[in-house]
Structure formats: C-alpha cells, structure tokens
Design a protein around this ligand. Structure first.
Ligand SMILES: NC(=O)c1ccc[n+]([C@@H]2O[C@H](COP(=O)([O-])OP(=O)(O)OC[C@H]3O[C@@H](n4cnc5c(N)ncnc54)[C@H](OP(=O)(O)O)[C@@H]3O)[C@@H](O)[C@H]2O)c1
Length: 269
C-alpha cells in the first residue's frame, strides 16, 4: 500500500538487510515513518538486527521486523536488494514469484573481495541491476546508485575529466608516496624521526611561516568571521544533541559488532 498523502511506500523490504548498507537504510526509512521488513538467510539474525535498529533514536517501536529471506517481502511495495553481487542470483530466486509487479531497487555493486581488496566483476548483462532484471523479469528494477565506467561518463558529458580522475587515483594506489600520509611516513623513516618530533617540527615550521607572512587585514577579518560562524554552528549542534555518551557508545558498538566480537573487544582495532 502507498501513503496517498506522500506517494511514499508504507512498507519496504530489504533483502540482505543485516549488512552495513541494509541496516543504514533501514534506520533512515523507519525514521521517515516507513515500516521495514529486514531479510536475511537467518531468521534469528534478522530479528536481532531489527530489534537493535528499533532501539536507535527516532526509530518508532515495532517499525522494523526481521524475517528469513523468502518471507521478507510480505506486503512491501518496494524491495531493496542489499546483498553482495555473488549472492544476488540465489536471493532473487528465493523470492522471484513475490517480486512480480513490485519495484526492486538494486544497490548491488558487481564486486568481489579478496585479500587485495575489491575487484570488479564482469557482468554479461551490463550491470548488476540488468542482471537482476533478467533474473526477475516481472519486477520493475531500478538502480539508484549505479557504478558507471569513467569512459561512459566522458562519452555522455564530453571531455576526459572522469578518465583522468580515475587514472590519478589509480596512480596513487600504485605509488603510495603520492599520498600525504605516505609522504609523512617517508619523511619519518628517512629522518629517522619519531612522530612527535616530526609533528612538532611541522608545527614550528608553519608557525614561522605565518609569523614571517602576516595576513592582510581583509583576510584576517574574513578568517575571524568564519571562525565565529563555525563556533556558532558547533554550539547549535551541541545544543541539539540530547544523547548521553554512554548510550551513544553502546549504540555505536552494537552497530559495528561483528560475529565473534564482544562489546569489550569491539572498537579496539
Ligand atoms: N551503491 C552504493 O553506494 C553502495 C554502497 C554500499 C554498498 N553497496 C552494495 O550494496 C550491497 C550490500 O553492501 P553491504 O556492505 O551491506 O554488504 P554485506 O554486509 O557484505 O552483505 C549484506 C548481507 O548480505 C547477506 N549475504 C552475504 N553473503 C551472502 C551470500 N553468499 N549469500 C546470501 N546472502 C549473503 C548477509 O546477510 P545474512 O548473512 O544475514 O543473510 C549480509 O549481511 C553490496 O552489493 C555492495 O556492493 C552499494
């Protein structure tokens, strides 16, 4: 059913909803007044995650429920697919008939991960969303955050900005010395100097520079205004924050908790 006042769906199912993206979306949908059905291969995990989400500030009690994948769609008008690419086909097969006529939002990136990090996967259909559309032809598949090759973006917009930006980032991955943090490590290693000495030397160098090159009055006044505005904004944000630190920390740990970790070890690296 759709909310006639807003045209927003009233219920959204999230398949693979126990992951980082699915939980993040669930919190925001629920805060917007939408009921969320969280899907997982494991009903207990889905229910535990759903319960944790309903503890978050601004999430109405009972608005997020957990289900095993083939029961997760229920009465949702919109179904969001949030699994890794390798899990997409099996997940869609489990709910194929229920997806007929519904909107399926694909968030899936065709990536595989190994010890070296993420790697793109070639998708014969063109994209993960197109592969999903071929798998569940009776659903209306949309991809809100698609990955586009830089060459395709340059072809659409003209110029070569996207290809150059990708090449620059690839250069940094291949040559870490191009990144500021890697240059700092190099300077410390070549010194050799410990981090404290390195940071103090840099601070003293910057202080000398500004003493030798004082700001003109107009720039001085502009920075003072920006600083006052920044402090004013910070006071506003702090005044609006009603959560005590212990509650914030507990929620943060629960959200980040990985299987096998306990609250005592979470956050220690
Ligand atoms: N477009 C974007 O901006 C954007 C941003 C972030 C992520 N993504 C994409 O969104 C998807 C989800 O990201 P994520 O980081 O939340 O993923 P994730 O945590 O790795 O996985 C999400 C859930 O999928 C289920 N799953 C994992 N492996 C599975 C398998 N082999 N078979 C069946 N289910 C499996 C798991 O749920 P259960 O174990 O409970 O079943 C898991 O909690 C990915 O495709 C990612 O690339 C897109």
């Amino acid at each position: 059913m759709t909310d006639r006042r807003t045209d927003h769906p009233t219920t959204i199912a999230i398949l693979g909803g126990t992951g980082a993206l699915g939980r993040g979306l669930a919190v925001r949908f629920a805060r917007a007044g939408i009921r969320v059905r969280l899907g997982s291969r494991d009903a207990d995990r889905a229910q535990t995650r759903a319960a944790a989400i309903t503890e978050r500030p601004g999430v109405p009690s009972g608005s997020v429920t957990g289900h095993v994948t083939d029961e997760a769609v229920g009465d949702a008008e919109v179904v969001v697919l949030c699994t890794p690419y390798d899990a997409q086909a099996a997940t869609l097969d489990a709910v194929r008939d229920q997806l007929a006529g519904r909107v399926l939002v694909s968030c899936v990136n065709p990536l595989r991960f190994d010890a070296d990090g993420p790697h793109p996967v070639a998708v014969p259909e063109g994209s993960a969303a197109q592969a999903a559309a071929a798998r569940v032809p009776d659903a209306r598949v949309v991809a809100p955050l698609p990955h586009r090759p830089a060459a395709a973006l340059d072809a659409a917009h003209g110029g070569d900005d996207h290809a150059r930006a990708v090449a620059a980032q690839l250069g940094r991955i291949r040559d870490p010395e191009q990144t500021p943090s890697a240059r700092i490590l190099r300077a410390m290693r070549d010194g050799p100097v410990p981090f404290f000495r390195f940071a103090m030397d840099a601070s003293e160098r910057h202080a000398r520079h500004f003493r030798d090159h004082p700001l003109d009055p107009a720039s001085q006044s502009r920075f003072q205004e920006q600083s006052a505005e920044s402090l004013r904004r910070q006071s506003e944000i702090e005044a609006a924050d009603s959560m005590d630190f212990a509650t914030y920390r507990q929620q943060y740990i629960e959200q980040e908790l990985l299987p096998g970790r306990t609250p005592a070890t979470a956050g220690t690296g």
